[in-house]
Ligand binder design. Structure first.
Ligand code: ADP
Length: 250
């Protein structure tokens, strides 16, 4: 691969393996997995429950360590960084949206969304202004003072998405971003991801079972039993293949 092509990659996973458990109960979840995540693309990771999707995105986001293989994320060799270095790197450059949202219950929406900016040393007033802007983009401009418990699941999910986008990270990784959203809000969120990925040359990596959003992908990676078994580049001439629309739901 040329240097220019390498520079286009937000993440390059080469021969990554991961097992859980010990001895006879040891389960190999990722088997020398290969994946390229390009800037400017929305890459979707699909496949049956338990095939290793969440494990893979957790390794790319640096919240879990691989047992073997190489991993370049935004030009950094994550396998050579300490846990503290990875935590700092993630806070600055990666927006990670957990399936469980992980919002702070005692903080309002605007305070939750401000957190990544405050960690970076942005002043409280600037952070609040920017957080309100992003909450507006996800359709929650009227809910800035609410606490997470006062919101529906879909609204909490949009707050988590706003928090992941607020500091304009170069790589956005999300587990089932539209699972709790109705068609209208799912569309709002995917449009926002498209805007972020294409307009600003960032990369979006999504784990999904949601057939409704496949057409937003540039690339669909189909996983099975710890491996990427198919890659489809999606465009006007190459719509998402029908057989991927029947992947097992959670
Ligand atoms: P997917 O996201 O495709 O549903 P996961 O990556 O969540 O799959 O899980 C893959 C397999 O690894 C499953 O069998 C799951 O039970 C197992 N697994 C995931 N995390 C752990 C863990 N922390 N300890 C033990 N087993 C785990």
């Amino acid at each position: 691969m040329s240097k220019a092509e390498t520079g286009r990659l937000a993440a390059h996973v080469k021969g990554i393996s991961k097992s859980f458990g010990d001895g006879g109960a040891r389960l190999q979840v990722l088997k020398e997995i290969e994946l390229e995540v390009r800037r400017g693309d929305i890459t979707m990771l699909v496949g049956p429950s338990g095939c290793g999707k969440t494990t893979l995105i957790s390794i790319i986001a640096g919240t879990l360590k691989a047992d073997a293989g190489e991993l370049q994320v935004l030009g950094q060799d994550l396998r050579k960084m300490s846990t503290a270095e990875i935590t700092r790197f993630r806070a600055q450059h990666i927006g990670f949206i957990f399936q469980s949202f992980n919002l702070i219950p005692t903080l309002s929406c605007v305070e939750n969304v401000s957190v990544p900016l405050l960690i970076q040393g942005v002043s409280a007033s600037k952070a609040e202004k920017r957080a309100k802007e992003v909450l507006d983009q996800v359709g929650l401009g009227e809910r800035t003072k609410h606490r997470p418990s006062q919101l529906s699941g879909g609204q909490q999910q949009r707050v988590a998405i706003a928090r992941a986008l607020v500091h304009e990270p170069e790589l956005i990784i999300c587990d089932e971003p539209t699972a709790a959203l109705d068609a209208k809000n799912g569309h709002v969120v995917m449009e926002l991801f498209e805007h972020v990925a294409r307009g600003k040359d960032r990369a979006v990596l999504i784990v999904t079972h949601d057939n409704r959003i496949f057409h937003h992908a540039n690339r669909i990676a189909n996983m099975d039993d710890g491996r990427v078994v198919e890659i489809h580049d999606v465009d006007a001439d190459n719509p998402p293949p029908e057989h991927l629309k029947h992947v097992e739901r959670l």
